[in-house]
Design a protein around this ligand. Structure first.
Ligand SMILES: CCCCCCCCCCCCCCCC(=O)SCCNC(=O)CCNC(=O)[C@H](O)C(C)(C)COP(=O)(O)OP(=O)(O)OC[C@H]1O[C@@H](n2cnc3c(N)ncnc32)[C@H](O)[C@@H]1OP(=O)(O)O
Length: 146
């Protein structure tokens, strides 16, 4: 099961003119909205439940993105609690005509599984069976203090 929650590539979009800020680069809020929805899809996939974002922690915008850049997210489930899921969201950008993908942002997104009344519901504990994945996840957990 854990293979589907380690470095999952999701949420591709192209930067369009309506997504820019006053400096003609991708608006950070637009990027975060895409990121939130993308991680939410994975949180729903894991919990089979409605989900709410409870925290976005240590999000860093490392590089700007421009019109026509191809943006996508690499999402890793780090750990679960009784109701919550902690994800690393990494954001990548690739110019339409050039070069390798560049990491332009990353952060920790915490989701809570909720019922119809939007109250927390229990989720299954996350178990990683791939030892290499677990080692890398542990390093991320240490780095971000999750
Ligand atoms: C089946 C049909 C589905 C169909 C659908 C499919 C599509 C699916 C795609 C969705 C894609 C949308 C993605 C956008 C998602 C939004 O836009 S959500 C909108 C913004 N968020 C909100 O409005 C949430 C507002 N907050 C709340 O309602 C309440 O705080 C919550 C989230 C229900 C939690 O309730 P609470 O009473 O505070 O609960 P509490 O027990 O204190 O905490 C619950 C857990 O959260 C953790 N937590 C609380 N605060 C924090 C914090 N600051 N940092 C870290 N962890 C925290 C706690 O440690 C606890 O963890 P566990 O030990 O239980 O695992």
């Amino acid at each position: 099961m854990e293979a589907n929650f380690y470095q999952v590539h999701l949420g591709d979009f192209f930067v369009a003119p309506g997504m820019l800020n006053h400096l003609n680069i991708l608006h950070g809020g637009v990027l975060l909205k895409h990121c939130d929805s993308t991680v939410g899809v994975l949180a729903n996939r894991y919990s089979h439940s409605r989900v709410l974002t409870v925290a976005i922690n240590q999000f860093e915008f490392k590089r700007p993105a421009h019109v026509e850049d191809h943006i996508w997210f690499r999402i890793t489930l780090l750990k679960t609690g009784r109701h919550s899921m902690n994800f690393l969201a990494e954001v990548f950008s690739q110019g339409i005509t050039q070069g390798d993908p560049v990491k332009i942002g990353e952060g920790i997104m915490v989701f809570v599984a909720v019922n119809q009344a939007l109250r927390p519901v229990k989720i299954p504990p996350y178990q990683v069976t791939d030892t290499d994945h677990q080692t890398k996840i542990n390093a991320i957990i240490d780095k971000f203090g999750v």
